[in-house]
Design a protein around this ligand. Structure first.
Ligand code: NAD
Length: 291
């Protein structure tokens, strides 16, 4: 029987540590501020933003949510980013994706001050990640690694397969696994014989956006399976990229959806924001009291 990796519990532990560090920052006169930019009325984004706002406020951050209509122009959005870049009360800026049609997400994200780019998507932070320099790491990939670490699942020397090569998840996650001395394969929509590639993995990550793509026959017995995908089934229920019930008896450990990587993503956003605030204040994040 495989172990279910409880992302909710791990995320709560991370959030409690972040709250401790936020208290330590406040005690030094630094009030960590997070600005969340939400353009348009995408229903899923509204829910994500509400959850992020609530979690950030609970951890002691000053949260500012800036809602703008779908008709917002690229120039208006860039002007808003410039304003937040200059605002000394803001340490982290999150632009909720996807942006409405007509806006160019790449240039909006690139406009962020890299020191406030808590999603780690600016060219500077991407380069820092691949070079092994200090920077801000995208939240979902960071959450995957944190969940493994907190469950005592070793990474070094392991054969890892990441399915999906997006800028947001697949690519940065591959960089993080490499930095931890795993042997990494990145598979994608054009990969041939995906099942055979997946079966080689001791740690298999699915970050695709296709419900139940990964079947039991794709999984090496005893492998750790991280399911990043969030898909909505016709009956309204959420479902990952992995056929959970089929894979459960084969895997050594597996994340559920919901309650796996999703909560970790929010927790890492908070950690990144506190890290950004500490860095601006010239303090070492890891040295702050987490209790
Ligand atoms: P994306 O659409 O940007 O990228 C999907 C990737 O999957 C692409 O690289 C593509 O090559 C690959 N792909 C597509 N079809 C494939 C197939 N049939 N076989 C193999 N590979 C295929 O998506 P993304 O932003 O990386 O997100 C992936 C999934 O993760 C989505 O379901 C998204 O909702 C979810 N997600 C979850 C969180 C979280 O917090 N849990 C965060 C971000 C994204």
């Amino acid at each position: 029987m495989s172990r279910i990796l409880d992302g909710k519990a791990a995320a709560l532990a991370v959030r409690a540590e972040v709250a401790g560090r936020v208290r330590a920052l406040r005690a030094r006169g630094v009030v960590p501020g997070l600005a969340v930019v939400l353009v348009g009325d995408d229903a899923a984004s509204q829910v994500y933003v509400r959850n992020k706002d609530r979690a950030a406020a609970e951890a002691g951050f000053e949260v500012r949510t800036l809602r703008r209509p779908a008709s917002t122009s690229q120039a208006e959005l860039l002007a808003l980013i410039d304003e937040l870049n200059r605002d000394l009360l803001v340490h982290g800026i999150l632009v909720q994706l996807p942006l409405p049609k007509g806006l160019v997400p790449e240039s909006v994200l690139e406009r962020l001050d890299p020191a406030k780019d808590v999603d780690g998507l600016t060219a500077r932070n991407v380069a820092a990640l691949w070079r092994g320099e200090e920077g801000l790491v995208p939240c979902t990939p960071a959450g995957c690694i944190e969940l493994l670490d907190r469950n005592g699942i070793a990474i070094e020397g392991k054969r890892v397969v990441v399915i999906g090569r997006s800028q947001l998840v697949g690519k940065p996650l591959a960089a993080l696994f490499l930095a931890r001395n795993a042997t990494v394969t990145v598979a994608h929509s054009r990969s041939r014989d995906l099942a055979a590639i997946a079966r080689e993995a001791e740690i298999l990550v699915a970050a695709v956006g296709r419900a139940k793509l990964v079947r039991a026959s794709w999984v090496r017995p005893g492998a750790t399976v991280l399911d990043v995908g969030i898909n909505r089934l016709e009956d309204g229920r959420l479902c990952g990229d992995v056929d959970f019930h089929e894979v459960l008896p084969v895997a050594g450990a597996i994340t559920p959806v919901p309650g796996g990587i999703g909560p970790m993503t929010i927790a890492m956003l908070l950690a990144n924001t506190a890290r950004a605030a500490a860095r601006r204040a010239g303090l070492a994040y890891d040295g702050l009291d987490a209790g």
